[in-house]
Ligand binder design. Structure first.
Ligand code: NAP
Length: 331
């Protein structure tokens, strides 16, 4: 199927273009960018012109920051195109609801992608937690903003989310792996005095089963980077690290047949259960190839996949969060 990528920036070049090039489902037929081109691919500077001149391209992948993305998404849906949205799916929840309604009316596929949910061990973590009683869950997401977002002004502007731009990835995993619902009860947001969005945040959540659930996001981490979720349950401790790529189980009281060979080996002491168990079907390797595979299936079925739970948590943290002014951030 032919696809156009819109917004040829960091994530388009790092992940989307290689994933499309390696995909058996997709053919990169055009790009839309004010500044970038891809050698040998039809290049447009104006989205309206692309939609008009290339009716054969039925799917667009929008790799723009959240604030400008809504107008592109709505225009594409109204032009009858299937739409794949980078995370977060919108700058506001209302935008996401409007897109969902429009896609439903137009009969087009609409996919709110959450790339971190496609990390290698997220599905195994979900399976392991499904029948456990959760005592606590702690998210620690600490990275160096200068390393991952060099010179990106939009993340510091309203709608840019600040440290919640990576933090929402953690929340996309949490909402995927926990069998029970959570919602924000309070938050503390540290906002640099010269910026509009937080550089760090502490969040507490209500958990339907009564567990203590907290998250710490910080963009000032130099040296080793930390993307970790630790869940303590009645049957041991699960740690997802490296953004969901690695899972460890500790202190298990019993072998869990659902996890087959990995868990049997991991009773004690802690054992990394990476890579995937031998009986797993063979999905494409990597987060973005899996997103593009899912988009292909959605287009074939004409479906909607708009799970907004991570964005609800972020929106509520902004609503309830106590703002604390902190040192100016200079890029
Ligand atoms: P980016 O490089 O700063 O921007 C992406 C592209 O969006 C730009 O190159 C530009 O494309 C276009 N753009 C920016 N502002 C625009 C505006 N006002 N109007 C129209 N187009 C505009 O950002 P990015 O890091 O790729 O992030 C894009 C999205 O991907 C964000 O939602 C982010 O959360 C998500 N994401 C990023 C990463 C990452 O590691 N960076 C990882 C996962 C997800 P042209 O110059 O081509 O027009």
């Amino acid at each position: 199927m032919k696809i156009a990528v819109v917004g040829i920036g960091k994530i388009a070049r790092d992940q989307h273009l290689p994933a499309i090039a390696a995909s058996p489902d997709w053919d990169l037929a055009a790009t839309v960018s004010r500044s970038g081109i891809v050698e040998g691919v039809d290049a447009f500077a104006d989205f309206s012109v692309m939609l008009e001149e290339r009716p054969d391209i039925r799917t667009v992948s929008l790799c723009l920051p959240p604030v400008p993305r809504f107008a592109y998404a709505m225009q594409a849906i109204r032009a009858g195109r299937h739409v794949m949205l980078e995370k977060p799916p919108g700058a506001t929840l209302a935008e996401c609801h409007a897109l969902t309604e429009a896609a439903r009316e137009a009969g087009t596929a609409l996919y709110a992608t959450w790339h971190s949910r496609q990390a290698d061990r997220v599905a195994a973590a979900r399976a392991w937690l499904a029948d456990k009683q959760l005592h606590s869950l702690t998210v620690t997401w600490k990275e160096d903003v200068r390393r991952w977002h060099p010179g990106q002004a939009w993340i510091w502007e309203p709608g840019g989310l600040g440290v919640f731009d990576p933090g929402i990835n953690a929340l996309s995993i949490v909402t995927e792996i926990l069998p029970d619902a959570i919602h924000v009860t309070d938050a503390r947001l540290e906002v640099p005095e010269n910026r509009q969005t937080p550089i760090a945040a502490e969040i507490r959540f209500h958990h339907a089963g009564g567990a203590e659930v907290t998250a710490t996001f910080d963009w000032r981490q130099e040296g080793p980077q930390t993307w970790e979720i630790e869940a303590v349950t009645d049957q041991g401790r699960l740690t997802l690290s490296e953004g969901g790529a690695v899972m460890q189980l500790e202190g298990l009281r019993q072998v869990d047949p659902a996890l087959s060979v990995d868990t049997a080996l991991s009773v004690d002491p802690a054992l990394s259960v990476d890579p995937a168990p031998p009986n797993d079907p063979a999905p494409p390797a990597g987060e973005y190839p899996r997103l593009y595979e899912q988009m292909a299936r959605l287009v074939e079925r004409g479906g909607l996949d708009m799970d907004l739970r991570p964005l609800v948590l972020v929106a509520d943290a902004f609503t309830l969060g106590r703002r604390v002014s902190t040192a100016a951030f200079i890029d």
